[in-house]
Design a protein around this ligand. Structure first.
Ligand code: SAH
Length: 359
């Protein structure tokens, strides 16, 4: 018999399911707490529920959690987790300690459709969207593996995938994570990073539960961005920045603009000055990401001197700027390096090998 996935349900949906089974709705809260607050996914272990409720639940519902296939820890403490979904697809999640908070970097899709020219995940293409349950499930696995169920953490939606290309599931995941009967993750602790899928960005601007926003800008002219971030051909730089100007930024908050630095492509003094002008009037901060080089990526990382000079130009003109220290590069957990299926179609047994650099 088909069993609905409890991991996928917001609290009101679970209440509804319980009522439909003839049970009082308050049991839904208990169940929700077991799964999301305590990470317990075996109905048999939910000791405050009656025996017959537990066995009826087990017959009617399942609780799916991504399966940990492999974990890797970097010398800098960053940990990368390879997870297998119910249908066999693989995704990655990353734990980044002390930056200054502990941060979970989550995937929102298997692969990515955006095909940015410098990103390895984009090379996979899009395989499918993650469900809300699979997005939240990554948190369940990471808190369990890291012993962090009681600890505070931030979430960045900066793993595989484009979150605004999987809007409904991402927002549903944020609601499940935010629920006071679960982990009660405040949306202020969540950052959604996007290339700027404009209709979805406009929709995000109206959400009651609004995460912090990071925009993957990466360029200062339309032509340059068309070449690096193909979706710019549809939703251009100009419209994107206008949408950012209108975006309801919370008090004391700012929009982060991520800027991958590519040697001799977008790293000149002139780019820096143009960037300052583009951000004029936006409550912005800039995060420079010197390229993480990889085989198959046709760009180079600029020198530290170049990066610092670029940062200095921004800072001198009053733009808050930071340079992202790349974490987890030795385990290929750094920005843009998450890739789980080789373009060479490996057999299932070879999947893990596909994590090694693609040649
Ligand atoms: N699709 C979303 C979420 C991914 S966030 C987005 O693009 O915003 C991952 C960040 O790492 C993005 O800013 C992305 O542009 C950046 N990135 C991708 N490849 C990179 C690379 N090789 N080196 C450094 N940063 C990279």
């Amino acid at each position: 018999m088909y069993r609905h996935d409890l991991a996928e349900m917001e609290l009101p949906e679970l209440e509804h399911a319980l009522e439909a089974m003839g049970y009082p709705r308050f049991h839904a809260r208990q169940l929700f707490q077991w799964v999301h607050k305590r990470g317990v996914t075996d109905f048999g272990d939910m000791t405050d529920l009656g025996r017959d409720l537990r066995s009826n639940l087990a017959g009617a519902l399942r609780i799916s959690t991504p399966e940990l296939v492999h974990g890797d820890t970097s010398t800098d403490g960053t940990a990368k987790f390879l997870l297998r979904l119910e249908d066999g697809h693989l995704i990655e999640s990353v734990f980044i300690p002390d930056t200054p908070s502990n941060t979970f970097c989550l995937s929102t899709q298997v692969g990515c459709a955006m095909r940015c020219g410098f990103c390895l995940t984009g090379k996979m293409g899009i395989i499918r969207n993650l469900t809300a349950g699979e997005i939240v499930g990554q948190v369940r696995v990471l808190t369990r593996e890291l012993g962090m169920l009681q600890s505070r953490f931030n979430i960045v939606l900066m793993g595989m995938g484009e979150p605004l290309h999987n809007y409904d599931a991402v927002m549903k995941a944020l609601r499940i994570l935010n629920d006071e009967h679960g982990l009660a993750v405040n949306p202020r602790r969540v950052t959604l990073s996007t290339v700027g899928v404009l209709p979805a960005l406009e929709r995000l601007a109206t959400e009651p539960l609004m995460p912090n926003l990071a925009i993957s800008l990466h360029a200062t002219t339309e032509d340059q961005r068309d070449a690096l971030v193909p979706i710019n051909r549809k939703y251009g730089l100009k419209e994107l920045l206008e949408a950012c100007r209108r975006f309801p930024v919370k008090r004391r908050e700012r929009i982060t603009f991520e800027y991958v630095m590519l040697k001799d492509v977008n790293d000149t003094d002139e780019d820096a000055r143009r960037l300052v002008r583009l951000l004029n009037g936006i409550r912005a901060k800039v995060n420079l990401l010197p390229l993480n080089e990889a085989a198959g990526i046709p760009y180079e990382r600029p020198s530290d001197t170049r990066v610092n000079r670029f940062a200095k130009i921004l800072a001198e003109r009053g733009v808050t700027v930071s340079v992202r220290k790349s974490r987890g590069r030795d385990i290929r957990a750094a920005c843009g390096q998450l890739i789980t299926e080789s373009t060479r179609q490996p057999s299932p047994g070879q999947r893990l090998a596909a994590l090694l650099p693609i040649s």
